[in-house]
Ligand binder design. Sequence first.
Ligand SMILES: NC(=O)c1ccc[n+]([C@@H]2O[C@H](COP(=O)([O-])OP(=O)(O)OC[C@H]3O[C@@H](n4cnc5c(N)ncnc54)[C@H](OP(=O)(O)O)[C@@H]3O)[C@@H](O)[C@H]2O)c1
Length: 289
Amino acid sequence: MSPKTLLITGGSGYLGSQIIRFAQHWAVHATYLHHPPTPSQEVTYHQCDFREPKQVEQLLKTIRPNVIIHTACSNQSQDNLHSILPAAHNLVRAAVTINARFIHISTDLVFDGAHGPYTEEATPSPLSEYGKAKAESEDIVLTHDPKALVVRPSLIYGIDPIDHQTRWLLHGIDEQQPVTLFTDEFRSPIWVNTLCLALLELANHSVTGILHLAGDQDINRWEFGLAMLTMLKRSTPPNVVPSTIQESGLVRPHNLTLDTSKAQSLLKTPLLSVAEVTQNFCQQESFLH
Ligand SMILES: NC(=O)c1ccc[n+]([C@@H]2O[C@H](COP(=O)([O-])OP(=O)(O)OC[C@H]3O[C@@H](n4cnc5c(N)ncnc54)[C@H](OP(=O)(O)O)[C@@H]3O)[C@@H](O)[C@H]2O)c1
């Protein structure tokens, strides 16, 4: 039997590029916009700007994927940010016309952090422009396709390659800039390999609506930063210090922890805690799952 076809949007991004690594049982197509990935036999890459409806329609009609995992459009640049709404709109509309299963990646930042841990039933209350766009994109997706799945991951972390936040931390350390990590900001970070395996499991599942995908541990940003440095075998230099959101004067969500009971009851993939990942990683450097 020939494998089913999977389209991963954002194949040049952090999460998209990692899903490709795990999707051996699929015929994989992936997209990029500004950063063409190195060609590979495992995947067919396509350049597409999701703000352009005609490009999106053409892409989906050509590939006719069974499943689309829409990772593209993050908070890493203004271009990404301003693409969130048009991309969701154009992709979900085109996905419906070819009857593809649509998995939309959102974020825990749709909440304000005042009432964590959040279940899927909690009402979004975003503080940032990014959180607002993601919350709106969720509505667009579920309105156009009630059979779609909206996944809200917590912070995504990994070592090979290193995730966005940890790269920021290492850059600050290497440049000897002051780096403050908040002790009063809580998340439920998810190991990128766990997230990829869970998303591929969900690609073959029929669950619809909203699903929280996060690691099985609520942790503050300071302790999380120290765990990442441990995994990377780096010491904590004096320019990395604990602080609080209150001291910084910033408006940031305090408690964005996610309740993952629903995901745990659906999935075989274990939602590893940061402590489990750190322990496994330190025991076996080639640790993958
Ligand atoms: N990273 C996290 O900790 C985190 C946490 C929670 C949720 N999320 C969500 O998870 C998803 C993946 O995040 P990530 O960190 O992997 O993102 P990322 O590394 O910033 O990658 C973003 C991708 O979007 C593509 N893109 C941007 N604008 C586009 C457009 N107009 N048309 C087509 N492609 C476009 C980029 O393509 P080019 O680079 O080729 O231009 C890139 O492949 C995002 O939806 C993000 O909101 C991330």
